[in-house]
Design a protein around this ligand. Structure first.
Ligand code: ADP
Ligand code: MG
Length: 238
């Protein structure tokens, strides 16, 4: 329930085309990483998939139906923002429940989902705290919890760990990978960090200036990089 297909997608800002025609299929359940240098279009691509940005041309299918004109809230996808997007005045429980209150789910269902997410993320003892009373890693888990409760067809992460310190980042990488194994839900993860890409991905999409240079498993990219850019970026010995 989370196959995403981009067909001839382009994006221009004014006269500048940042995504030339691009085709990409993300298989259901896959952990796909978009990797590439700053400014190559990773966030733009993710925002096009989320519906937060309109495509200039092309189409997007989600689960086999055309979602090109479907508004973001109805696409069944959940974007995970960095932890500083939490509401400081709300408890963890209220922060996680927020999208469900917006969707007007009944309270019993909200409680069930929030407690489920809190248990998966080891936040059960922190539901009554506010974000300011949590560590960076716990705050990032709350941001992920807010996505989990929506039971999305896919999770979209945009450099979620970039404001955490190095040690915490390693731990959170593992936690997100474990979450993927447990939920078996499609995840698209944007990063400019090669190590993150190589250690987390089922499939890596290497981008340069809006163009897909190569798509493959970490091992494929390492062993058979298609060009010097991929070799240089992945750190393989071509
Ligand atoms: P990345 O996430 O890989 O760092 P972005 O997707 O943020 O890259 O940006 C890709 C290119 O599009 C950059 O050249 C950036 O300046 C440009 N860009 C992104 N958003 C906008 C916008 N809203 N208006 C104009 N240009 C933009
Ligand atoms: Mg970005």
């Amino acid at each position: 329930m989370g196959r995403i297909q981009l067909k001839s997608v382009t994006k221009s800002f004014g006269d500048v085309q940042v995504i030339p025609p691009l085709d990409l299929t993300i298989e259901d359940g896959e952990f796909t990483v978009f990797v590439g240098p700053s400014g190559c279009g990773k966030s733009t691509l993710l925002r096009l998939i989320a519906g937060l940005e309109d495509m200039t041309s092309g189409t997007i299918d989600i689960d086999g139906s055309d979602a090109t004109d479907v508004p973001p809230a109805k696409r069944g996808l959940a974007m995970v923002f960095q932890s500083y997007a939490l509401y400081p005045h709300m408890t963890v429980r209220k922060n996680i429940a927020f999208p469900l209150r917006m969707a007007k789910l009944d309270q019993a269902e909200i409680d069930r989902r929030v407690e489920g997410a809190a248990s998966v993320l080891n936040l059960a003892d922190y539901l009554d705290r506010r974000p300011g009373q949590l560590s960076g890693g716990q705050r990032q888990r709350v941001a992920i919890g807010r996505a989990i409760v929506r039971e999305p067809a896919a999770f979209l992460f945009d450099e979620p760990l970039s404001n955490l310190d190095a040690a915490l980042r390693v731990g959170m990488r593992l936690e997100i990978s474990e979450l993927h194994e447990r939920l078996e839900t499609t995840m698209i993860y944007v990063t400019h960090d090669q190590v993150e890409a190589m250690t987390m991905a089922d499939k890596i999409v290497v981008l340069q200036a809006g163009v897909i240079e190569q798509v493959g498993s970490p091992l494929e990219l390492y062993r058979t990089p298609r060009n010097l850019f991929v070799a240089g970026f992945i750190g393989s010995p071509k």
